[in-house]
Design a protein around this ligand. Structure first.
Ligand code: ADP
Ligand code: MG
Length: 153
């Protein structure tokens, strides 16, 4: 595994980080987002989804668990598992079908999903740094490693 980190001075920096990540992702990519409430997970996801061509708003699917975006460049699925009671609920919603080789999957609160969600290519943590934020990006697969390498260069 390899890692890279950046300060994110303001909301626009977080969105731009997401857009940059989108340019480096291939179909089949799985991204985990960790961090306290308000750390910027949904803001980063907005950048990713917009990077794949989405024009409108991005709202965290807190009650529905997943929000699909069928975009020209890829199908992007945004999960927010914060309110997931039992990881087995993911079986009932057919979670496996979302993690296809064509899809891009971004998961907030992946720790709530237990073993029902696949290992991510990138394990990302956002944290508060005063009023601003910082991001740490860890690669867990070769595909993730390629992204981290490009972010470092
Ligand atoms: P989470 O999904 O982690 O709970 P959100 O993205 O919903 O967090 O909310 C993050 C909040 O912090 C938003 O109000 C957003 O405007 C703000 N924010 C995002 N990135 C930054 C940043 N780099 N610096 C300061 N504020 C930020
Ligand atoms: Mg959120």
């Amino acid at each position: 595994t390899d890692s890279v980190g950046f300060p994110l001075a303001d909301e626009a920096a977080t969105v731009n980080m997401g857009k940059q990540l989108a340019t480096l992702m291939e179909q089949g990519a799985v991204i985990y987002l960790h961090g306290d409430l308000g750390a910027g997970k949904t803001t980063l996801t907005r950048g990713i989804v917009q990077g794949f061509g989405h024009q409108g708003k991005v709202k965290s699917p807190t009650y529905t668990l997943v929000e699909p975006y069928q975009l020209a460049k890829a199908d992007v699925y945004h999960f927010d598992l914060y309110r997931l009671g039992d990881p087995e609920e993911l079986e009932y919603m057919g979670i496996r079908d979302y993690f296809s080789p064509q899809a891009i999957c971004v998961v907030e609160w992946p720790e709530k999903g237990g073993e029902f969600i696949p290992t991510p290519d990138l394990d990302i943590t956002l944290r508060y740094e005063g009023e601003a934020r910082a991001i740490a990006i860890n690669s867990l697969t070769e595909r993730g490693q390629a992204i981290v390498q490009q972010l470092k260069s």
